[in-house]
Design a protein. Sequence first.
Length: 482
Amino acid sequence: MNRRIPVIALILIALAIVSGCGNGIDQLPGTGSSGGALSVQIVQAPPAAVIAGQSVGVAANVLYDKGNSGVTWSCAPAGACGTFSPTSTGYEITTQYTAPLAPANGPITPDLAYVVTITATSVADNSQTATATLNIAQQYAFVLGGGYGGWGVAGSFTLDGYGNVLGGEADFECPGCGGTHFVVEPTSTAGSGSSYSLDATGHGYLSLDLSGDVEVHGITATSNSHLVIAEEDQNDGITYGSVGSMDLQTAGPSFSGSEVVGGYSFTSSGYSGAMGDNGSWGGIFTADGTATASTPGNITGGIFDENVGNNPSGLGYNGEPPTVGGTGTVGAAGLPFTGTYSAPDANGRGIITLSATPDTIIACAASATPATCTQTQYVYYLVTPEVLRLVVLTNNSDGANTGSAYGQGSLATAANDTNAALTGGFIFSYFGYGEITMGVIQARPPASLPPTETVTSSAESWTSTWLTAEFSRPEQLPTQQR
């Protein structure tokens, strides 16, 4: 019995010691009943720039948080700043932050920066917060037109909001050299010529290192999502002083073949190898939205039209003479075609393969992809489901042929495909070798169509002319849900 007394005493002493520690063995560092004032710290901050759609880990702790209640996560601008999973975390527990796509038609900011602020707020005391800021890097698609003996280029690149190009890809075509695919070298690559700058007024430059060939452009922004672009390097680049556009790819960052669906109208311009002169092309087609990584989607209902200069016989419109490989029989009805298209890659790039072209396909250069060209192929870059930027890939006869395809929306349905769809005022312009024309058209039934003034420019003088016009009922495309 006496032996038990020391044992009991030791147990009581041990319990007293544990009690005096204030349950410290159950408390995380910086927590508990003793210490200073409660405060929040972000201990794992996001990188300075995160690509839209990318997820990164962030973490915070709350010093002297007695109950280890942790933090809740939020961000600004609200509704367009990204997401957190989970939205609440404990001591130094990581949440996954996913960066957003910048809203289109936003304000012009220096270097196209889209800034997000991340906030960690203490659950125990919501007056205590910690913040971190980052730029959301965005993808842009661009297209530059070709000209006589020049090249047309289309592509996609990612800008980080700090003047750095993070990478991308591009394609071009030129007479006699075949389609060529470029890598847009990141600014961080040693010796890279890629960089950009945009001031607060929306004016700046964009330098792209296209697999070692550096092309410098002037850029002017109308918003954060649309810029005008023009080569400004005295023909040291690829496109020989071409102009074009640069647009935020709001179809991304998770591009999908299902986004290419419905009726499209398209135009392109460049150089005809078959005719040896500048040309323009246009038409319509319907995509079925079924393309996947392993299976192409289908193109149906296509109509191809062309107009090629320097043809004294008058057959330049939809009818090249047999002497240059054409049939001379296409006529005003246009050339029907079908085809397929591949699903877009991570830059929104896919390939459209057509069964026919109004221009003659000649032997492809060894650098073409594929090396044997039996069908016309276009590379497309997906801007939105309604806008595709195009550059011819395998048809050397259509050298420097670049342009755009636009979704027809409800006009692609038979019920809305009527003359009534063409009514109201339209502003138009077109250009060619040696001439630029612009003006206004008032679309009305042909009998009541008034004359409308246009202005034509040449190297010598400005002249004012009047035009009248009629329009025919549009070609019908199969009904397609947009």
